[in-house]
Write a protein that binds this ligand. Sequence first.
Ligand SMILES: [Ca+2]
Ligand SMILES: [Ca+2]
Ligand SMILES: [Zn+2]
Length: 253
Amino acid sequence: MAAAPVLTRGLNSWRAEINEVFPNRDKASDGWIGDLAHQNESSSGHNPDITGRAEYKDGDKLNEVRAVDIDSDLKNPKYSMEQLIQWLVTRARAGLYVPFRYFIYRRRIWARSSGWTTRAYAGPSPHDEHAHFSGDYNQKADEWTGRLGLAAAVTKATTSTPVKVKMIKINGSVPELRRGMKDPVPGVGSSYVKRVQAYLNWVLPGESPLKVDGDYGQATQDGVKLAMKDLKGKSSSDGSVVGLPEWNRIYAL
Ligand SMILES: [Ca+2]
Ligand SMILES: [Ca+2]
Ligand SMILES: [Zn+2]
């Protein structure tokens, strides 16, 4: 009797790494072994290499499946499967080790034999719901137990401090803007800095007009400070924040 099918240790390690980094990820479209119909139809990396029609049979005693599917939904709003794939491609092209022969995602395939160039994949499944990873055809990839460094990659990609935006209410919601912000302000997605600049030009007619470029820099800060001056020439703001008083003054509400 042939040995029970097993996913290669290498692909098992890769899946474990993804699970460690994305513990809440959706697994609905995960898969590793082909169903029986699939196994009879055509050769596939999802078929075991002793009892199935596998793409590659290495002749050892393990009945290995050399492909794994990972659901596209990593359940992380800051990091997508597309980012993961791009990271992997960059890594592979740099000559760093990946235990794969090829991988497929969203109608594209990257193969070791093609130098990991991006090529169109025209197979029956577009691979939108999951990414497919085929293990390389050697014992090193079969037995690989390492980690590729996904955790560090995700941390690096997701800690480029997003600008915090606080919403305040003035006839609807307007954000609190701060110097250094640029349109479109993340989390707001509108031209709020440009709006402030345009209104400053309107409320400060004697001043040289601000460039309405959506970049809250020194000129805009000076404009806000100027707009907040009282009759005695004293400003109630240094101009670095457009909060409720500033919005009220600039909008002349
Ligand atoms: Ca084998
Ligand atoms: Ca093997
Ligand atoms: Zn697959």
